[in-house]
Design a protein around this ligand. Sequence first.
Ligand code: BES
Ligand code: MN
Ligand code: MN
Length: 457
Amino acid sequence: MQALDNYIESNRQRFLDELLQFLRIPSVSAQPNHKEDVLRAAEFVRDQLTAAGALKAEVMPTNGHPIVCGEYIADNNLPTVLVYGHYDVQPSDPDDLWDSPPFEPVIKDDLIIARGAADDKGQMYMHIKALEAMHGLKEVPCNIKFIFEGEEEVGSVELAPFLERHKEMLSADVVLVSDTAMIANDVPSITVGLRGLSYVEVEVTGPNRDLHSGIYGGAVANPINILAQMIASLHDNENRITVAGFYDDVQEVSAEERTEMNKAPFNLEKYKQDLEISDVWGETGYNTSERASIRPTLDVNGIWGGYTGDGAKTVLPSKAYAKISMRLVPNQDPEKITQLFQKHFESIAPDCVKVKVTPHHGGDPAVTSLESAGYQAAHKAMHDTFGKEPIPVRGGGSIPIVALFKNILGLDTVLMGFGLNSNKIHSPNENYGIFNYFKGIETIPRFYTHFASLHNK
Ligand code: BES
Ligand code: MN
Ligand code: MN
């Protein structure tokens, strides 16, 4: 492995420069005006795969943004790892809260600051550089297939049909993903669970038009007032979700498992300080890390309606809206939860308004087995490079495709991510540590070495 570390060391500056180049492409999948940029990012990924030694690299069109596939077949007798990542990013807004422009990466205090730095461009690019290093040294211990999508941040709509269409091409022994966080740079961890997601938009309609709030106020229901009351009623006084049937399928985590999970270091004071809050909030009976991983949630992501411009306008609006996300845990089913929500929300609406619930994308929760060769290989690889045993942790975020890899391709996924919760993903000043970028590039080849030997056992 000395040769590998030398190779990485002597190419350090170029590895960084290339990532910065990738980060300059504003591949925002949600915004139609960035469609060409998303395509440019796909072509960049394809070209870099080719330059790194991939024997096949292709931009494959879909009905949405393209999917980039690549392949390095070292030897048909070796096991095959399918690497997944996403080259699309979240919108950068609010732009005025960034200290430097989101698509003009800068390095400050050993952090690479740009939209997508950690989620997921910096993390997926580590895999391309790891391939380059292994190929350069002619030491590729596994066959590697790559699938990089451009729609993860908008719900991966095209990915399921793509997996169905290309089962053969994507056949592998395990999926490897770097799109999650560790506890800290000196506390390595591996994500062994992700929450699912159900996402809805609600519309509350009162009168048929905006009204003068003096002439009609007090006599006609204000849909914003009503929506606020309805939303407030979605949690009870123990902060449990009141949607009828919501907890029916929730798999309770055993006391032993909770004790085990709570051994992972967590500093509540630091957590509060970082967020500048004097207290945390959440479901009675669970601590902060549990609330953010093994328990389901319901949150309003956005709420709007009426007059929000300069100054004051006295208006009783006709409509009010909100976007609501529910994070789900095993064995909650996103479609069932969406239906339960819809039924509940309609049932609590007073007669003075009409409500409409529109479902958006969703995704299944996922848990990984600690016994699998994939998890064990990641464990050993991180142990090699961090000099410490990584801790298994359940994450609070969602990567809906993990369940699809299992259901469509029959593959388990290893979530070997190198980010930190402090990376401000989806927020202004998103960043990724230079330390984390190179740690990833050093660890990934070791994963292949361990996986190849464990797989054959
Ligand atoms: N990489 C994140 C998910 C993530 C981040 C998992 C940190 C664990 C730790 C991913 O890109 C993401 O943002 N997923 C979305 C879901 C998607 C359907 C929009 C999410 O979790 O909100
Ligand atoms: Mn991501
Ligand atoms: Mn994301």
